[in-house]
Design a protein around this ligand. Structure first.
Ligand code: SF4
Length: 1008
């Protein structure tokens, strides 16, 4: 069964300009286009003696398809067998002529560093060099492949005058480029008033720049001595040989064919051009360019940037697409999700009428991260799938797991004999899909319980002992790195052995599980890369080791096994070269992804790169444009999907190619918009009815003023929070949030009014059942003594903060928070002393401290904890003191007769901002009622005071006694509200005022 397609058509044919004539007059003609490689196979088979030709292709995939087409041509033309001609890729063609081995990236980097430190006595360490080394390697590679003269390119530009005199033989382009580059530095170094930092950067750059040429020479010399090479070196060597020797003789040593045909190449480097020119002039080479049709050859299209030159210089052997090309049907689908795009694949197949073995259909993935989601979304009817692009190591779970494991090791902390891991890294490991699979087994339940316990504790650093007890945990959570700042080969060796131990433990488990069998191949590759690095015995920092390993592994991909020519083809843009498909579906057709926005790092500034013919960003643009226009040129149906979200770094913009089709080529493009994914529905969409079960749950709730506040803000939030009791998971906090600051502040005040011993201990009251009794009276002298004991207050604050954060040291910005809380505490003490002064008293009586209160109001249960209840000088009203940290406004409510009704009205139903301002009124009223119910004092004899830290430093906390009229107004509204909550006819609904939703924890659940 094909799943339904979930998108709506925006318009039949969009963006065709009114009264303007499209430059394309026909839609797809219905003629089945002949694939490019098939045309090449036909042509050369008909020419005869095909077995004497060697065909050279851009990649292996095109070679495989060519072989298939050639077999078909041979089979249809005769019964006689024909000897298969030579087939190879361009890089194989160059590689076979050279006798040098191309070394891996790490070997090249280490060799480059050897040469660099030999030339530069003050060379930085290998660790610091790695980053620059990578860039220098890329530059040397380009210099050689594009046959730039390294001596001229890396000329010492410090002396601009010399430069002008010496380099008369440069081309105009090169001279201008060098002049522009040199002028920049000459001006920088001569302007003494310039920013000194900029001067330093210039000097550093010049220093490295001046080393580039000697480094290039030495690096080449050392590699040659060792029989090693980098790719550019191999290319230059063949190009030089070709220029100075007879090309037929060079090739005859390696190949035994009469002639060579270059098929479907595109961007050529200078070395390739030199060799191809020599072969062309010798009459032994022909060229077949996949370059036909009006769009790809349009002079304004970037795709013609280098192809038009190729066509001029290397004349094509025959006319491609002699019968002309039709116009495919273009369809664009915007989807507000990245993974959501793959969900539409089956719908598109359905529209295209794709069969169960769709070898004429290709799905192109510019973002390889969508590979796995795509494979999981292909309908079961599609029997054969061929993934050409391989599965990149960087997208595997094993890569993610090993990366997290190494991050955890690198950030390990030690305290005495105990090792502790940073909580985020531990959670990344524990939540890795592979690790979770590995936890399955006999001990799964016990493992899960352990993980749940660790989560519950929410510690900042998790000790090794907390993570031990299971073989998997014991292997992974063992400390290896001893000193992050130590560049020592023994430590690196230990890291490598640890990684191999982890791999050896998990690989057998993985191979037993079919779901993750592919990961075993990655484990093998990982193991080999670790072995290679281990063999080098490098004395480097742990972080450099990890970077080098990443550099070795980042380009590894594991091929999928299967029949390459059968079934649906899934490929990256690079693999599409020279291949044609009837149906083409391109995912992630977003600007910045297709074409990719990459700026490769280089020491050679753009003006010099351009002057010396090295590739620049224009080159990249042209390559991508060629891939796109070539891919669509022989298709019948093209679907382009893009992620339309504009969040984070995503711009939600469709690719420039879609715009070009619409506005430049004025081609009809069918545009569709996918439905957004619906949010999680609540019952009946927007309401929750009060069933008997819900009513029972309501009656068993313990409510508080903030629960009522929730109901007034949004009944649905009340339902989630108080009835369903949904809460956010406890998270490990890196720094103190307002609630945590409030907890610490409350705890210190509780300890202060309990006893001096409590202030000097590290205990936290709310975790203790045996709470000691508070002081009966707090004297002015006692308070004043604490103003002089700031260090003791600080120590208490720090110990409580450690408890809150689940850590045992306070660092970074949390140190600032310590000072802030200490100031709050001292200011509270000062205000209490002032208050005693105003009242002419020398002590206040503590009636209750963190006192639990409860009451049943109109059938619902209420619960609360009074921060402090006191009485000054032992006479008058009791005072209900509420400590408020954060931004709460210490507003003194006007509850006199004139304002009573208005304020009560706002509290129970005013707009969001006003209600927020008066929310203390609801709290005072409910707490005062609970005091009354608990027999502590009746409403008439209670005053309310809020010690709000936001205003503590500005004024003496005000006292608010609830006016009788106000109490009456509040009472009748409270009764109405509580009855409404219990009314089965009134469902829980979502608020209409979206301002209430801004900070709501339940947004994801309610779908707002
Ligand atoms: S997000 Fe808005 S509507 Fe939904 S529960 Fe929260 S406050 Fe209510």
């Amino acid at each position: 069964m094909w799943p339904l397609i979930f998108f709506v058509r925006k318009s039949e044919v969009c963006y065709v300009l009114a009264n303007s004539k499209s430059i394309f007059v026909c839609e797809y003609s219905g003629i089945r286009m002949t694939p490019f490689l098939k045309q090449v196979a036909d042509h050369y088979f008909n020419c005869g003696d095909i077995q004497e030709i060697c065909f050279i292709f851009p990649n292996r995939r095109s070679m495989v398809f060519y072989k298939k087409y050639l077999s078909e041509v041979v089979a249809s033309a005769s019964d006689k067998p024909v000897i298969m001609p030579g087939l190879m890729t361009m890089s194989d063609f160059f590689g076979r002529v050279s006798s040098d081995n191309i070394a891996d990236r790490v070997t090249l980097l280490v060799t480059l560093y050897e040469c660099y430190s030999a030339l530069n006595p003050k060379a930085e360490s290998l660790d610091e060099f790695i980053f620059w080394g990578d860039i220098i390697l890329g530059d040397f590679n380009d210099v050689d492949k594009y046959l730039a003269d390294p001596k001229q390119l890396f000329a010492n530009v410090a002396d601009y005058k010399n430069l002008q005199d010496t380099f008369e033989y440069l081309t105009d382009n090169q001279r201008k480029a060098i002049e522009a580059f040199a002028r920049h530095f000459v001006e920088k170094t001569s302007r003494k008033t310039d920013n000194p930092k900029a001067q330093d950067v210039s000097r550093l750059f010049l220093h490295i720049w001046n080393l580039m040429y000697p480094l290039y020479l030495k690096f080449n010399e050392v590699l040659k001595e060792r029989g090693l090479a980098y790719e550019g070196m191999v290319y230059r060597s063949l190009a030089q040989k070709a220029s100075s020797s007879i090309i037929e003789e060079i090739l005859a040593d390696v190949y035994d064919c009469r002639s060579y045909v270059f098929v479907g190449l595109n961007a050529l480097n200078e070395c390739e051009k030199v060799v191809m020119r020599r072969m062309r002039d010798a009459g032994i080479a022909e060229f077949c360019w996949d370059y036909s049709g009006e769009m790809i050859t349009h002079e304004l299209n970037k795709s013609s940037f280098f192809m038009s030159q190729n066509m001029k210089e290397f004349k094509p052997a025959f006319d491609i697409d002699a019968e002309g090309l039709g116009l495919p049907s273009f369809n664009v689908l915007s989807v507000p999700s990245s993974y959501g795009q793959v969900k539409h694949i089956s719908g598109i197949f359905s529209r295209l009428g794709v069969s169960d073995c769709p070898s004429d259909c290709a799905v192109v993935l510019p973002d390889e991260g969508l590979l796995m989601p795509l494979l999981n979304s292909i309908p079961p009817e599609i029997g054969d799938i061929n993934v050409t692009m391989g599965y990149p190591m960087s997208a595997s779970e094993l890569w993610a797991l090993m990366g997290d494991v190494m991050k955890m090791q690198i950030h390990i902390r030690r305290k005495g004999d105990e090792c502790r891991f940073y909580h985020k890294h531990v959670w990344n490991v524990l939540s890795n899909a592979l690790f979770r699979k590995l936890m399955e087994g006999d001990q799964m339940q016990a493992c899960r319980e352990k993980v749940a316990r660790i989560k519950q504790e929410a510690k900042y650093y998790i000790s090794q002992s907390d993570l031990s007890g299971f073989p998997l945990f014991d292997v992974v959570f063992q400390p290896v790195v001893h000193d992050m700042s130590l560049a020592d080969s023994r430590q690196i060796n230990a890291m490598a052995e640890y990684q191999q131990q982890v791999l050896a433990f998990i690989a057998p488990e993985l191979s037993a599980n079919m779901d993750v069998a592919l990961e075993v191949d990655f484990a093998k590759e990982y193991w080999c890369a670790v072995n290679r690095l281990k063999a080098m015995n490098l004395s480097i920092l742990p972080v450099t080791y990890v970077r080098l390993l990443d550099s070795l592994l980042s380009c590894v991909s594991v091929p999928f096994s299967g029949e390459p020519l059968k079934g649906l083809q899934i490929m990256g843009p690079l693999e599409t070269r020279a291949l044609d498909f009837k149906n083409v579906i391109i995912l992630s057709c977003n600007e910045g992804v297709f074409p990719r926005r990459t700026v490769s790092s280089s020491f050679v500034p753009p003006e010099l790169r351009r002057g010396f013919g090295l590739p620049t960003y224009e080159y990249q643009d042209a390559v991508w444009a060629y891939y796109f226009y070539r891919l669509i040129s022989r298709a019948e149906n093209v679907w382009m999907l893009y992620d339309s979200r504009t969040e984070g770094l995503k711009n939600g913009e469709e690719s420039r190619y879609i715009k070009q089709l619409r506005y430049h080529f004025r081609i009809p493009v069918n545009t569709y918009v996918s439905d957004a994914e619906p949010g999680l529905p609540t019952e009946e969409g927007h309401i929750v009815r009060k069933t008997p079960q819900v009513l029972e749950a309501i009656s068993s709730c313990w409510l508080s003023p903030s629960a009522l506040q929730n109901y007034i803000d949004c009944p649905m939030r009340f339902y989630y929070y108080s009835v369903l009791k949904l809460k956010k998971d406890k998270e490990v906090a890196e720094s103190m949030d307002p609630a945590m600051i409030g907890n610490v502040y409350h705890n210190v005040m509780w300890a202060l009014f309990t006893s001096e011993a409590e202030m000097m201990s590290d205990r936290v009251f709310d975790k203790r059942e045996d709470k000691p009794q508070p002081m009966a009276n707090v004297t002015k002298d006692y308070l004043e003594s604490w103003l002089k004991r700031e260090d003791d207050i600080r120590r208490k604050v720090e110990s409580l903060m450690c408890e809150e954060l689940g850590t045992d040291e306070i660092v970074g910005r949390n140190l600032v928070t310590v000072s802030v809380i200490v100031r709050y505490v001292k200011e509270t003490i000062r205000r209490d002393i002032e208050l005693l002064g105003f009242n002419g008293a020398d002590c206040f009586e503590i009636v209750g401290l963190e006192k639990p209160l409860d009451a049943t109001l109109y059938g619902l249960k209420f619960y609360g904890v009074a921060d402090r209840i006191d009485r000054i000088g032992g006479k008058g009203n009791v005072r209900m003191v509420d400590y408020k940290s954060g931004k709460d406004d210490p507003v003194v409510l006007a509850t006199d007769d004139a304002h009573a009704e208005g304020v009560a009205e706002v509290i129970f139903g005013g707009d969001h901002d006003k209600r927020k301002k008066f929310k203390a009124g609801l709290q005072f009223f409910i707490y005062d009622k609970m005091l009354q119910e608990n027999g502590i004092a009746d409403l008439k004899h209670v005053s309310n005071t809020m010690y709000a830290t936001a205003g503590l430093f500005a004024e003496v906390p005000g006292v608010c006694q609830l006016n009788q009229r106000f109490a009456q107004e509040m009472e009748c509204r409270l009764e109405r509200l509580l009855k409404e909550i219990q009314d089965p006819q009134v469902p829980f609904t979502k608020t209409e005022d979206e301002a209430n939703c801004e900070w709501c924890d339940f947004r994801m659940i309610c779908g707002r």
